[in-house]
Design a protein around this ligand. Structure first.
Ligand SMILES: [Zn+2]
Length: 161
């Protein structure tokens, strides 16, 4: 367990208010996120899926993109994210890729499911071997695919992340 990681209520209130006000904005679902560094808000995000025809425009992803733009970095080490709801598998992974220090969330995935946003199903799918997932998934031409990694390994200008 992680100790001494109490969240700041004012930032969670902000995330929840963003989520609630997004309901009447007509651009997406009731989700908001706030990214904080050293006690300051770096970026906020709301769900923009329907307004932008972008199924990846969840609040957390939107906030991560804006925070990285604001800080001119691809890693958010030293930052925390406050999400109005427990992140879906995509957002959780985006948070991990962004190397955020801490995740705080208010509503749970169970609460989201009751409101019609059932990403707990995706969590179950992710945990399965790909041969058992609902999404038909085929691994082929593996040896050919290695060409890309060989090119990466020998590219002097690569930026490791
Ligand atoms: Zn998400």
């Amino acid at each position: 367990m992680h100790a001494n990681l109490g969240g700041e209520p004012k930032f969670m209130r902000m995330a929840i208010e963003l989520a609630t006000s997004n309901v009447v904005s007509g651009v997406g679902g009731p989700f908001g996120a706030v990214i904080v560094k050293n006690g300051d808000v770096v970026a906020t995000g709301v769900n923009l899926v329907t307004g932008t025809n972008d199924p990846t425009a969840h609040a957390e992803v939107t906030a991560i993109r804006r925070a990285c733009t604001a800080l001119e970095t691809y890693e958010l080490t030293g930052c925390s994210i406050y999400s109005s709801c427990e992140p879906c598998p995509m957002c959780l992974t985006a948070i991990l890729w962004a190397r955020l220090d801490t995740l705080y969330f208010a509503s749970t995935a169970e609460d989201a499911a009751e409101a019609g946003f059932d990403d707990s199903h995706f969590y179950e799918q992710v945990a399965l071997p790909f041969s058992e997932r609902e999404l038909p998934t085929v691994n082929f031409m593996r040896a050919d695919g290695l060409a890309s990694f060989n090119a990466w390994r020998t590219f002097a200008g690569r930026v490791e992340y």
